[in-house]
Write a new protein. Structure first.
Length: 110
């Protein structure tokens, strides 16, 4: 779908109809969640972008990611489950895997 929007926008731009172009979709980045690890541990995104947390390891009860400042918290994610959060405000959010509190990540929203 995003590729189709980009093709449409490029076509409209070439025709001189840029004011009528469909805006591009917001960005998306994936963070892999596993036992004692988050990869990448730091992501930089723009306001309106989405971070998808993808749990790749099995654990009884799942893995939960939660921001230290309470800005977001996922439900427990079983292996191969994904959960996403869209960041509307600029700021820095430190988060952890609740089941592995030493596994820390950072989302920087610019």
């Amino acid at each position: 779908m995003r590729a189709a929007r980009l093709v449409l926008a490029a076509s409209l731009l070439a025709l001189g109809l840029a004011p009528f172009a469909t805006p591009a979709a917001a960005g998306e980045v994936t963070v892999t969640v596993g036992h004692q690890r988050l990869e990448p541990a730091e992501v930089r995104i723009a306001k309106g972008d989405t971070v998808v947390f993808h749990n790749v390891d099995a654990m009884p009860g799942g893995h939960t990611v939660a921001a230290d400042d309470g800005a977001f918290a996922s439900p427990p994610l079983e292996k191969d489950q994904r959960w996403s959060h869209t960041f509307a405000e600029a700021g820095t959010h430190v988060y952890r895997i609740r089941e592995h509190p030493d596994a820390q990540g950072t989302v920087i929203v610019e």
